[in-house]
Write a protein that binds this ligand. Structure first.
Ligand SMILES: NC(=O)c1ccc[n+]([C@@H]2O[C@H](COP(=O)([O-])OP(=O)(O)OC[C@H]3O[C@@H](n4cnc5c(N)ncnc54)[C@H](OP(=O)(O)O)[C@@H]3O)[C@@H](O)[C@H]2O)c1
Length: 271
């Protein structure tokens, strides 16, 4: 692939670099950051590093933007406006629409992707916003090194951020609650935790192998007068299902709000 600049070598930037290097060891990458310490860590991944975003963009045909949204104005100021022309720019920033990015990065070919933290182990579930531009293959090629890729309409990226971006944290919280329940019943935490991870992995595989709806699996386990139906009644009484639905709704609302706030700041700075 053409040379890639990764602007912002933090958690997600580093995960992208690692996956790209694993899949394409010869891939040329220029990574940037603000701090020397971050740059030193990126260098260990076998990439060229610099604190100079303008230089990185000038030397690369593909630019991955992986700074926090609030740091985007700084990046825009640091890079000569002419540099963006003709560059394929892929943003993983939450909330910032391609329309806004296109205004900020003149004449660039902008794509938006939303990976998740599982990119660390090559198991991200990444959405890429559908685009009228050609060049889709190169974007897909990059993100397939991180895991699975779904093309979705851009207006669904907020719910994607809530469901799949924040999702690992919600799942982690549920797993922790289950482990605490086991501890409350007298089980050792470590053993409970290992068993829970195995059980969840098995459940996911079972659903996939049998192409079952979750409700079918639930009804298979919930035998008359058994333990499962008792537990399910408690879940109903405690409003767990409604709580989870509301969790996704509220995270989705927050994602849209962050996007709107960032956009108004970015566009105000621009004018
Ligand atoms: N973490 C996730 O699970 C995840 C998932 C999907 C999307 N995202 C998106 O990915 C972006 C980064 O998130 P993150 O979690 O990776 O954050 P992070 O760990 O804080 O990384 C951000 C990096 O950007 C660097 N940076 C800030 N300003 C810069 C500048 N002007 N020039 C060059 N580098 C600069 C920082 O460098 P220093 O260390 O030198 O300060 C830092 O390493 C966010 O926009 C987020 O919405 C994150």
């Amino acid at each position: 692939m053409e040379r890639i600049a990764v602007i912002g070598s933090g958690k997600i930037g580093t995960a992208i670099i690692k996956s790209l290097k694993r899949a394409f060891p010869e891939q040329e990458i220029i990574a940037t950051s603000r701090k020397e310490e971050t740059m030193r860590k990126a260098k260990e991944l076998g990439v060229y590093t610099t604190l100079d975003n303008d230089y990185a963009v000038s030397k690369s045909e593909i630019v991955i933007l992986s700074v926090k949204p609030q740091h985007l104005p700084e990046v825009v100021r640091q890079v000569n406006r002419e540099r963006w022309s003709g560059r394929k720019v892929i943003s993983v920033l939450a909330g910032v629409r391609t329309e806004t990015l296109s205004k900020l990065l003149p004449n660039s070919i902008v794509f938006r992707a939303m990976p998740n933290v599982n990119a660390e182990i090559g198991k991200s579930t990444t959405a890429i916003a559908e685009s009228k531009h050609g060049e889709k293959q190169v974007v897909e090629r990059i993100f397939k090194t991180l895991g699975t890729v779904y093309w979705i309409p851009e207006e669904l990226l907020d719910v994607w951020t809530a469901l799949i971006g924040s999702g690992p944290a919600f799942v982690a919280e549920i797993l922790d609650a289950m482990a605490l329940g086991a501890v409350a019943c007298g089980m050792q935490r470590e053993q409970a935790y290992d068993a829970i991870l195995d059980m969840v992995q098995g459940t996911v595989e079972n659903l996939r192998v049998h192409e079952r709806h979750p409700i079918m699996l639930r009804d298979l386990v919930a035998t008359p007068s058994g333990t499962t139906i008792r537990g399910l009644m408690t879940m109903e009484e405690e409003g767990i299902k409604a709580g989870i639905i509301k969790t996704i709704l509220s995270a989705n609302e927050r994602s849209s709000k962050i996007g709107r706030d960032i956009e108004s700041t970015l566009l105000r700075d621009e004018t």
